[in-house]
Design a protein around this ligand. Structure first.
Ligand SMILES: NC(=O)c1ccc[n+]([C@@H]2O[C@H](COP(=O)([O-])OP(=O)(O)OC[C@H]3O[C@@H](n4cnc5c(N)ncnc54)[C@H](O)[C@@H]3O)[C@@H](O)[C@H]2O)c1
Ligand SMILES: [Zn+2]
Length: 350
């Protein structure tokens, strides 16, 4: 599969570089651009994009609903129809301007329209900058279940401009920080390499996460083995996301992964000999950012059920990514129901 060119720079330089690359790619002006975005991004980021990337001045744009609502088959069909109506041919280029949702659905639309056309990701959330906009996974949801339909296809360019983060709501920024912590734990940098202070300089952190993700994806694009390490914290995290949603008190994906990593580290200590200090260091970091939930026996049962729904589990056993040490993940560790219950009841307290 073709590789993605990554552009990462601050102070709108990334956008200027994108402009140059697109002009070169389309020097005979034969390629039409279609910008996919959502209502919030249209307001907060589109003017900056167009101002800096003059190549896109004439682009058509399509506004999608924000959040998971855009990752639906009906939306995909509507966009396919709009592309046909606008005479988008196989040379057309889709530009996904937005968070992980727009990048996921836009990537899927581009991958399937006329058997696949080029697309560019311009992520505008921290989560999309460090994760969703790179690695070639595209997806939509089906019947409320996340990412059931999709394929692998790389964007031709991912252009990361951290200045877009200035308008991102605080909770979305925090959500992305947990994914950054995940990378720092997996790549060996460690828990205490996350900068202290309220608003870190995100650019070097984004670069570190992007480099790490690219190295993993290069070794295992299709998620057969090594790439599974990126699910660290996510088996518990996804179950918690569904659990909080079922209570009508949704929490962000990143927050749930943040709690999920605590549980994974607890189990890593119990089962794989990860040091207790590493687990405690993480818990201290987490508790400086949120009130860690203390679950009762009654609450544990539905969370356990959600864990068994996780699409990564084979043959009933719940499989988790655990750690022998910082930077030494182990995939597909089978975890019993008793161990899950003990973790949910004890990890916040011991
Ligand atoms: N493909 C992958 O490898 C991958 C990896 C991680 C996550 N994902 C997917 O990404 C999605 C989550 O992405 P997300 O966390 O970026 O959420 P999101 O795309 O829903 O964006 C979060 C919110 O922020 C708004 N927003 C975006 N940029 C903004 C800005 N600069 N200023 C103001 N508001 C802005 C959006 O309109 C939205 O309301 C999930 O569907 C997840 O499955 C995919
Ligand atoms: Zn995640």
């Amino acid at each position: 599969m073709a590789k993605t060119q990554i552009i990462l720079s601050n102070r709108q330089l990334a956008l200027k570089l994108l402009d140059r690359k697109l002009k070169k790619l389309n020097d005979d002006h034969s390629r039409k651009y279609f910008i996919l975005t959502d209502e919030n991004v249209l307001e907060h980021c589109m003017p900056t994009l167009i101002c800096n990337v003059t190549e896109l001045e004439e682009a058509d744009f399509l506004e999608l609903p924000s959040g998971e609502a855009c990752k639906e088959a009906e939306i995909v069909t509507e966009v396919w129809k709009s592309l046909i109506a606008s005479n988008a041919d196989r040379n057309a280029i889709i530009v996904n301007l937005g968070g992980g949702c727009v990048c996921d659905v836009g990537g899927f639309i581009a991958s399937t329209y006329k058997r696949g056309i080029d697309f560019v990701n311009v992520p505008t959330t921290l989560t999309a900058m460090v994760d969703a906009a790179i690695g070639g996974k595209t997806a939509i949801n089906l019947d409320g279940a996340k990412n059931q339909i999709g394929c692998f296809r790389n964007p031709i360019i991912t252009c990361i401009e951290p200045a877009f983060l200035e308008t991102l709501p605080e909770n979305e920024l925090r959500s992305g920080e947990y994914e950054i912590m995940k990378s720092l734990i997996l790549n060996g940098s460690g828990i205490d390499s996350f900068p202290s202070g309220n608003v870190p300089d995100y650019t070097p952190l984004i670069k570190e996460c992007v480099d790490f993700k690219l190295s993993v994806v290069k070794a295992d694009l299709l998620d057969k083995d090594l790439r599974k390490i990126l699910n660290f914290g996510h088996t518990f995290g996804h179950a918690l996301e569904s659990y909080y949603l079922s209570l009508n008190t949704p929490r962000t994906h990143g927050e749930c992964v943040g709690i999920g990593m605590l549980y994974a580290l607890y189990l890593s200590h119990k089962k794989l000999g990860l040091s207790r200090n590493t687990f405690l260091l993480y818990r201290t970091w987490l508790s400086s950012r949120m009130a860690i939930p203390h679950f009762s026996l009654k609450e544990v049962e539905p969370i356990l059920q959600f864990m068994h729904l996780d699409k990564k589990n084979c043959d009933e056993a719940v499989l988790c990514v655990l750690l022998q040490d910082i930077g030494v993940p182990v995939i597909d560790v089978a975890v019993s129901d008793n161990e899950i219950c003990d973790t949910l009841l004890s990890a916040a307290k011991i």
